[in-house]
Write a protein that binds this ligand. Structure first.
Ligand SMILES: Cc1ncc(COP(=O)(O)O)c(C=O)c1O
Length: 734
């Protein structure tokens, strides 16, 4: 069986040949007992043993962990299985290639628990409070005597608090239920001759663990301040993901976006937002009453995908803010003034196709302008668990991380759809608030963030507690009061799994994806870049994206097909082989590699590629962008919230030109809202929607009203009185 590795930065001792096997054996024993208790698999011997690997000096760590000492090359054998890092107290203050060990570990092994092994007589070391522990060398040297202490240490790193308590409740404590849900531990299913089959198919545990807030001992999602297994699990997730605060969210990142944006934005405040953000961000802007100012995202008509916003465009917008007046909350009822200072910048990183922003650079630009940076990381919750997602600055050599909330430099907030890429049920999402945000709020005195300290003030000072209180309040607006408990348990275990074996899971998948690409390219007789869309294909060849720090996540495989017909034929072949992709455009197919993707899946996909190799390749350039660029241009002329909540009137699609939209209209493609409440409807917008109806059918336009699936098509706009009353300053941000 494959083992998990414990790397020990250890000054060799004379008796190591006898000593180390004892430590290793004792730790493995304790690990097995811990696993049997924490994960409850019936055959405890199936848990992997721990393998102790000593490294003599901090400078030797890169070679021990990374192939050729280079994190972008992947992990060494042993390095890829790392689950725990230990360091002798005497070596703790060392450095790796000129970077303090503690900081180096923050960059490359952030989620791995770390233990300083202390020896009698050595000067005491002070370790960070989070993610670090201390253990006396005598405990490891005599593991049989200290077995329980070592098990306890492992529990502090990896015990899924909520899942353990819930399992204990269901298996040991639960008796007769007189509370919701009404199926009562599954009785309503198992006792019915008609529903029993469903009970059998799902298995009894899913029903028995479907509990409610009535079981007070487990905790209530609406009261995260109270100490319960549910709140302890969220604390543990915060430690694993390196945040100041993490919160579990039901109903997906759609809900995380709504709760967060209502917490951060006040009515009338300006938010800079990628026009290609997810519709839940647009919805959240409506509900928060904020004024969006859209950043120009790039539509790539050849591939039918969206590129990122360039750093130059972000910088240009942020630079304008210096001369803008502050907007006070009391201005909220006045007409929208697009010239007040923005409070927040929202970007999606990675994009659906896997383009990652250099979050450290975006954060730097934002902080200079007094703007907070909010990262929608719905598609990439796993990045903090592998060193591939780092970027070494070619000049300074300093490495930064791509996961948006990290302990180096990054976004102030990230929201992640845990369910999209990790081991959790659909809808499972997390909010992460960075330690940098906490610092800005409580310790920073810079004038550009004075507004922030006033926004979340307690006794006249910026207060993280006040922020947390506000966030909890808005979470309560959006959460169901009856969340699905098994679902919450998967949020708990998803993070724990990544901390234990995330390095291996991501490393394997990066390797499999790279091998797959190479094999397909060889089979097609083409260079890889002509089979799979890379950074420049997606973002556009007009600038050096990679040089600016952007990265293409290889775990989003974007296969290119030569033409629309080739793509249709390839999709047919996939369906025939019972392979379901994530998303297809007219010339690309996106395959997601997640922690659940198995090596055999690549083999299945490869077989289809081989049989259809003549279909694979760069599609031809298209002469224009299909009208998308023109259709998604423009800034709101009415506050989106006012427009969405007005009486409005239905008009035909054709006659809506020139009116102000009061609803969203999302044609696929391009898959983002073309009508947004508050935008003036243009001919280009209507032409795009009509084009999609013609080519894809009316069902491809979400939000359109019609009867029987045919014309006339109606959309809702402001009635003329409302339009006059609400319309105001139409000048774009200058
Ligand atoms: C960028 C982005 N943000 C947020 C969401 C919403 O996530 P969820 O499905 O978890 O509600 C999505 C969903 O596709 C998305 O693509």
């Amino acid at each position: 069986m494959r083992s998990l590795t414990v790397i020990w930065l250890h000054a060799s001792r004379e008796d190591d040949a006898r000593h180390l096997p004892v430590v290793e054996h004792g730790m493995s024993d304790a690990f097995r007992d811990f696993c049997a208790e924490a994960f409850n698999v019936r055959m405890p011997l199936e848990y992997p043993p721990l393998k102790l690997t000593t490294v003599p000096s901090a400078d030797a760590l890169p070679d021990a962990l990374f192939i050729d000492g280079d994190p972008s090359r992947g992990m060494t054998e042993g390095g890829d299985d790392i689950c725990l890092f230990m360091v002798d107290d005497a070596l703790y203050s060392g450095s790796v290639r000129g970077v303090l060990l503690k900081d180096w570990l923050k960059t490359y092994l952030p989620a791995i628990p770390k233990v300083v092994v202390t020896y009698p007589g050595n000067a005491p070391v002070v370790v960070p409070q989070r993610r670090w522990s201390k253990k006396g060398a005598e405990v490891l040297a005599n593991p049989a005597v200290h077995h329980e202490r070592i098990v306890h240490l492992f529990k502090s790193f990896w015990l899924p608090r909520f899942w353990s308590a819930m399992r204990q409740y269901v298996q040991v404590k639960a008796g007769t239920n007189w509370h919701t849900p009404g199926h009562n531990g599954g009785n309503a299913f198992s006792a019915s001759p008609f529903l029993r089959g469903l009970h059998e198919a799902f298995g009894s545990m899913i029903f028995r663990s479907d509990l409610s807030v009535s079981v007070e001992s487990l905790g209530d999602l609406s009261s995260p301040e109270v100490q319960t297994p549910l709140s302890e699990a969220q604390k543990m997730s915060s430690e694993i993901f390196g945040s100041a605060l993490s919160r579990y969210v039901t109903n997906g990142t759609s809900t995380s976006n709504k709760a967060m944006l209502m917490t951060l934005l006040k009515p009338g405040e300006v938010v800079l937002v990628d026009r290609n953000c997810h519709k839940s961000v647009h919805h959240a802007i409506v509900t928060s009453g904020a004024v969006p100012h859209y950043l120009p995202s790039r539509w790539n008509a050849r591939l039918g995908v969206w590129g990122p916003v360039s750093l130059a465009d972000i910088e240009a917008e942020l630079e304008k803010t210096a001369t803008m007046p502050e907007r006070r909350v009391s201005d909220a009822s006045s007409p929208i003034s697009s010239r007040s200072r923005p409070r927040l910048l929202i970007l999606t990183t990675c994009t659906y196709e896997g383009v990652l922003y250099p979050v450290w650079e975006v954060a730097r630009l934002c902080e200079r302008a007094g703007v907070l940076f909010y990262a929608d990381e719905a598609w990439a919750a796993y990045m903090g668990f592998h060193p591939f997602y780092t970027h070494a600055d070619p000049v300074t050599g300093l490495a930064m991380r791509y996961n948006a909330v990290n302990e180096r430099a990054g976004a102030h907030f990230a929201v992640q759809s845990t369910h999209k890429t990790m081991a959790s049920f659909s809808q499972a999402s997390m909010i992460h608030v960075s330690t940098r945000f906490k610092q800005l709020l409580e310790e920073d005195a810079s004038p550009q963030f004075r507004w922030l300290r006033r926004r979340f003030a307690l006794n006249g000072h910026g207060s993280f507690e006040k922020f947390t209180h506000d966030l909890h309040e808005f979470l309560r607006y959006w959460h169901s009061t009856s969340p699905h408990y098994p679902f919450l348990a998967t949020l708990d275990v998803a993070g724990v799994q990544m901390r234990l074996e995330g390095m291996k899971l991501i490393d394997e998948r990066l390797k499999w994806a790279a091998e797959f690409r190479a094999r397909v390219a060889a089979e097609c007789g083409l260079p890889e870049v002509e089979c799979f869309a890379g950074l420049a294909d997606i973002a556009g060849g007009d600038q050096d994206w990679s040089g600016a720090g952007f990265l293409k996540d290889p775990l989003k495989i974007v296969l290119m097909l030569r033409s629309h017909a080739a793509c249709a034929a390839f999709r047919k072949a996939l369906l025939k082989s019972r392979i379901q992709w994530e998303k297809a455009t007219a010339t690309t197919i996106l395959f997601l590699v997640t922690v659940g993707t198995a090596e055999e899946h690549f083999e299945d996909l490869f077989r289809v590629c081989r049989l259809n190799r003549e279909l694979i390749g760069c599609p031809a350039q298209v002469p224009d962008d299909g009208g998308v660029g023109g259709a998604v241009a423009g800034q709101p002329v009415v506050l989106p919230r006012d427009a969405a909540l007005c009486d409005g009137e239905f008009v035909t699609l054709e006659s809506s030109v020139g009116r102000i939209a009061s609803q969203f209209l999302v044609p696929y493609p391009p898959g983002i809202p073309v009508f947004v409440p508050g935008l003036r409807i243009t001919e280009a917008m209507v032409a795009l929607v009509k084009g999609v109806i013609e080519t894809e059918g009316v069902a491809a336009v979400h939000g359109l009203f019609c009867r029987g699936g045919h014309a006339p098509y109606y959309v809702e706009v402001l009635n003329r009185d409302e339009g006059k009353r609400l319309e105001c300053d139409t000048a774009p941000l200058r």
